[in-house]
Design a binder for this molecule. Structure first.
Ligand code: ADP
Ligand code: MG
Length: 364
C-alpha cells in the first residue's frame, strides 16, 4: 500500500498541513519541537490503533481547538481510497465516504509499521510493550484477532470486578468459575494465534538481526507461557492450572494474575537476557529487527506492504546499519524523520520536507 497524500488540521501543533507523498522515500526534517513526530503520529492513527504516544484524544487536538481532522488518500487492495478521521471526545471515521462505527474499521485497509524511540521500550522495559508488539501485528494479520482480544480483556475486567465485589466474603461462593471458563476458552485462542505468529516472527527477526550485526551475535526469543508445539487443549489445561495457582493471590490483589494479558516475550542476545545484557546499540538493533520482521510478515500475510514510519531512529545508526535498512525496505514507502538530513544515507530518490512550527516550509 502507498499513501498518496496526507492532511492534518488542528492536530497538535499543526494547523493545516498537506503532505503529497513520494511513493518510496519521504524525509521529514526540522529542529526539535517543530511537529515531525506529530506528522508521523497522525499517519499512524490512520491504522485505527491508538497513538504510540498517548491514548487520550484530547492530547491530539490543537490547544484551544474543538476538534482535529486527519485525512489520507491512499492506494491499497488494488484501488485508491480515502479515510477521514475526526478527533474530538471520540474518534469518528469515514472510509471512502461511508461512516464507520469505529476507527478499527481501518484494519484491513490501511497498513503501517512505526519505529519510534518508544519502540525501544519494547526491548528495554516491562512486558506490556512486547505484548503490544504481538497484538498490533496480529490485528493486521488476523482480522478477528482485535475483536477476540477486546472480548478477552472484557472477561478479565469482569473477573476483576467480581474479585473486588466478593473481596471480603472469602470462599463462601464460587463466584469465579464461570469467568475462569470464559477466560480459558478465549485466552487459549489468543495464545494459539500468538504462538503461530511467534514461530515465524522469531526466525525472521533473528535472521534480520544477523544481517544488521553482520552475524556477530545471535538474537532469539520465546513466549514465556509455552513452546510453540502445543495443542489448543493443552493450552487450555495449562491456562486453567495457572488460574488455579494464582487464585489465592488474585483474591488478595483483586486482579487476575494469569492469562495472555500477563504473558511476555523473552528476548535474548547470545542466550542472555537482552533487556539487561544488551548495550544500547544492540537493543536498538533488536528493536529494528523486530519491526522489520513485523513489516515483512504483515506483507506476507496480507499482500500489502505496510507504510514504514521511522521516527528519529535513522540518524542514530551507523552507515552500515542504515544501508541495511534501506536495502531491506527497498520498494516500500518510508517516512523518515530527523533533525539533519545530511546525516542520513540516501539513495538519491524521494522527497525531503522541512518542517517549522507545524508547517511544511520547503519541499524538494
Ligand atoms: N495538543 C497540542 N496543541 C498544540 N501544540 C501541541 C500539542 N501537543 C503537542 N504540541 C506541540 O508540538 C510540538 C512537538 O511536536 P513534535 O512533533 O513532537 O516535535 P518534533 O519535530 O521534535 O518531532 C511541541 O512544540 C508541542 O508543544
Ligand atoms: Mg520527534
Amino acid at each position: 500500500m502507498k499513501i498518496i497524500s496526507h492532511s492534518s488540521y488542528n492536530f497538535r501543533n499543526i494547523e493545516n498541513l498537506r503532505l503529497n507523498a513520494d511513493p518510496e522515500m519521504n524525509i521529514i526534517f526540522g529542529e526539535n519541537g517543530q511537529g515531525k513526530t506529530n506528522i508521523i503520529e497522525s499517519i499512524w492513527l490512520m491504522t485505527g490503533f491508538y497513538s504510540f504516544r498517548s491514548r487520550k484524544n484530547v492530547n491530539l487536538i490543537k490547544e484551544n481547538s474543538e476538534e482535529a481532522v486527519i485525512s489520507t488518500d491512499f492506494f491499497s487492495n488494488g484501488r485508491e481510497q480515502n479515510a477521514k478521521m475526526r478527533i474530538a471526545q471520540r474518534k469518528e471515521l469515514e472510509l471512502n465516504g461511508i461512516k464507520e462505527a469505529s476507527p478499527r474499521a481501518m484494519i484491513g485497509s490501511f497498513y503501517a509499521v512505526v519505529f519510534s524511540p518508544s519502540t525501544l521500550a519494547a526491548v528495554k522495559e516491562g512486558p506490556s510493550e512486547r505484548r503490544k508488539l504481538l497484538d498490533i501485528a496480529l490485528s493486521f494479520i488476523k482480522p478477528n484477532y482485535a475483536l477476540l482480544m477486546s472480548r478477552y480483556l472484557r472477561v478479565v475486567e469482569q473477573r476483576n470486578i467480581m474479585l473486588k465485589k466478593y473481596a471480603d466474603k472469602g470462599y463462601e461462593k464460587d463466584y469465579l468459575s464461570a469467568w475462569d471458563e470464559e477466560l480459558v476458552n478465549s485466552g487459549a485462542k489468543i495464545i494459539r494465534y500468538r504462538l503461530d505468529y511467534i514461530e515465524k516472527f522469531e526466525s525472521l527477526a533473528s535472521e534480520i538481526y544477523s544481517g544488521i550485526s553482520s552475524g556477530k551475535e545471535k538474537f532469539s526469543f520465546r513466549y514465556d507461557f509455552s513452546s510453540v508445539n502445543i495443542s489448543e487443549d493443552e493450552i487450555k489445561d495449562r491456562l486453567a492450572a495457572e488460574l488455579e495457582k494464582t487464585r489465592d493471590s488474585d483474591m488478595k490483589r483483586l486482579y487476575t494474575g494469569a492469562g495472555p494479558h500477563t504473558h511476555d516475550l523473552i528476548l535474548s542476545l547470545d542466550g542472555r537476557d537482552a533487556r539487561t545484557f544488551a548495550s544500547q546499540g544492540q537493543q536498538r538493533s533488536c528493536a529494528l529487527a523486530l519491526k522489520l520482521a513485523e513489516a515483512s510478515l504483515i506483507e506476507k500475510a496480507t499482500g500489502e506492504s505496510p507504510v514504514t514510519l521511522l521516527d528519529d531512529v535513522m540518524s542514530e545508526l551507523d552507515e552500515g546499519r542504515q544501508k541495511f535498512i534501506l536495502n531491506y525496505l527497498d520498494g516500500r514507502q518510508v517516512f523518515i524523520t530527523c533533525c539533519d538530513p545530511s546525516t542520513l544515507l540516501r539513495k538519491g530518490k524521494g522527497k525531503i520536507f522541512e518542517i517549522k512550527n507545524g508547517e511544511i516550509v520547503s519541499e524538494k
